[in-house]
Design a binder for this molecule. Sequence first.
Ligand code: ADP
Ligand code: ZN
Length: 298
Amino acid sequence: MRLGALEAGGTKMVCAIGDETGKIYEQVSIPTQTPEITMPELIGYFKEREIDALGIGCFGPIELDKNSPDYGCITSTPKKAWRNFNIVGEFAKALQCPIGFDTDVNGSVLGEVTFGQAQGKNCVIYLTIGTGVGGGIYIDGKLLHGMLHPEAGHVMIRKREDDMYEGKCPYHKTCLEGLAAGPAIEERWGRKAVELADREEVWDLEADYIAQALTGYILTLSPEMIILGGGVMHQEQLFSLIRTKVTRMLNGYILTKELEDMEHYIVPASLHDDQGIMGCLELARRELKTDHEIYIQK
Ligand code: ADP
Ligand code: ZN
């Protein structure tokens, strides 16, 4: 099987060709401009390489309901040029092959469950903490969509009393993204996040907010593993701080073998930053399989 993968991001588009084992044969990155400029480049790339199916992990919000007339569109994104753009429709028209489509973070969790450390698990969360905060959720063989798709980065957080920062989210101010994404760290402390590496108070506060969100996810979804990625999580000291704080916040209320082994429960991504693109290969494979099954049933 020759599969195409596209990680569609606000700043860059990562395109790859691979197969159903997760092997990546080639990969390129194209800057994200307007659809008029970027789409022909992407279509040209995949057309030349004669793929059987394409998987797209996309920035959002996006429409994932196949019964909706807007299926396959990027919807209310702040990136105006891409608002209401039917990305799946454009690729389907040009490539004439099955197109798998999901959020970028659902792509990442799918990569980890199919090819990485979360193989064999039934309920896994992938949270990226970078320019924004986003969460992908895999549950009983499927990626969770529900009425739209999870927007786990925007859960409300209790602000710590010693934190004078007002919060950056244009919708909620002090949601997780508003308090803990890279740009919030940088505005609060007035420095690049990477330059704050040895400021203990920065990462203690950061871990506090992330731990509050994780505690909520643990109590709501009962995940078997939580994977944390994104630029901010390059601060590796965050992991032990977050594990300690989550344990403290749960306060012994639930006792499981997973929570007793925090080092293997709250973990960094395992696929050398390829979890997203590998997940897109699996999105492509799954769509090809579904298409084939529908064809056989006819
Ligand atoms: P994106 O979210 O745009 O895909 P990233 O996940 O790389 O990209 O996130 C970028 C954000 O992560 C920036 O806001 C930056 O502040 C932060 N960041 C990047 N590298 C580091 C680092 N080594 N330490 C702390 N923060 C970082
Ligand atoms: Zn928000």
